[in-house]
Design a protein around this ligand. Structure first.
Ligand code: UTP
Length: 318
């Protein structure tokens, strides 16, 4: 009799699951092996922008509905205009709060990263609620992006693996898709020095990856620095040779203009950039004069061999 009663509960639950089940496109749920090339996306029919949305844009002390509505309506407009966007959402203060509490409870670094990833995915899911054509599941495999884009949906990611950041995920996605990387944060762009500590710091309008890496490595040495991009992300972008834009995530008109190819306030990093501070003429660096290669110094062994050659050209053995 009890068995029968529980059967009723089981059936009820089953029905509930069926009702609430989200159906995903077949090609994504299938376990068929991926026949696409291992390192490069199949999706190349239009320009793709991978947008790394810093958690601080969406969340202050708690999720900020107005800020989420503002950024999502900007992204929805761009998607409606035909731009292919791939979104990666960061953790922000809420992730740091979780991580700090877990640290106090004795969690190790791997566990802290796992917790951070879960918070970034929760933030990503929250943003997905406001994106009109969002794929209804936070994606955890970069290679699924092709299928989702081909279906006219916007792929949304949080973090992927411990030891990483969401910017590094965005950089890898941009590399995989051959897209442009866009970093949205609380600051307007990349500065000559930390603008919070140095009021005279000026923003670059354009710099090269070598300059970016130089700025990041010199700042990474100083404790407590909040870097605009982490080194692994910068190195992936450098090796891929793609352009990367650093923009203020609260200035939605500026974001649209940058993506539409108009004028914008922010910093663009390109492999062959001509360094320029915002508002100044570009700094055209003088072409380096090629140095004449210095004549090679003969090694002591070579000197002895040459002298021997002169004295005994026929190599007669004595
Ligand atoms: P974020 O990428 O958001 O870190 O991931 P962040 O650099 O603090 O970025 P902002 O502040 O949002 O701009 C939050 C945390 O999640 C873990 C890391 O612990 C990271 O500090 N994480 C994230 C990973 O371990 N792997 C990932 O792929 C992403």
């Amino acid at each position: 009799m009890f068995e029968g009663m529980f059967e009723i509960f089981n059936n009820d639950n089953k029905k509930k699951d069926e009702e609430t089940e989200i159906s995903y496109p077949e090609s994504l749920s299938s376990s068929e092996p991926d026949s696409s090339p291992p390192t490069y996306s199949n999706y190349s029919s239009s320009k793709i922008f991978v947008i790394s949305v810093g958690g601080s844009i969406l969340i202050k002390n708690k999720p900020d509905k107005d800020a989420i509505s503002a950024i999502s309506s900007c992204l929805n407009d761009l998607i409606r205009q035909g731009y292919k966007l791939v979104l990666v959402v960061g953790g922000g203060k809420i992730a740091r709060d979780y991580v700090n509490t877990a640290k106090d409870l004795g969690a190790n670094n791997f566990e802290l990263d796992e917790l951070g990833i879960r918070v970034t995915r929760a933030n990503a899911f929250l943003l997905s609620m406001a994106i009109d054509n969002a794929y209804p599941q936070i994606i955890t495999n970069i290679k699924e992006t092709d299928d989702v884009l081909a279906k006219g949906k916007t792929p949304i990611f949080g973090g992927l693996m411990p030891g990483f950041t969401t910017d590094a995920v965005g950089a890898l996605l941009a590399e995989y898709l051959g897209g442009t990387f866009i970093n949205l944060s609380n600051v307007d762009g990349i500065y000559t020095a930390d603008p919070a500590a140095h009021p005279t710091a000026r923003m670059y309008h354009e710099i090269s990856y070598d300059k970016l890496l130089q700025l990041l490595t010199s700042n990474a040495m100083k404790p407590g620095q909040n870097l605009i991009l982490d080194l692994p992300a910068a190195m992936v972008l450098k090796r891929s040779g793609l352009s990367a834009f650093f923009l203020n995530g609260h200035d939605t008109e500026n974001i649209k203009s940058a993506i539409q190819g108009g004028s914008f306030k922010g910093t663009v990093v390109r492999p062959e950039a001509v360094e320029a501070i915002d508002g100044d003429e570009p700094v055209v660096s003088k072409p380096k004069r090629k140095k004449k290669p210095a004549a090679k110094k003969k090694s002591a062994r070579r000197v002895i061999d040459d002298e021997y050659e002169e004295l005994n050209p026929d190599h007669i053995r004595f």
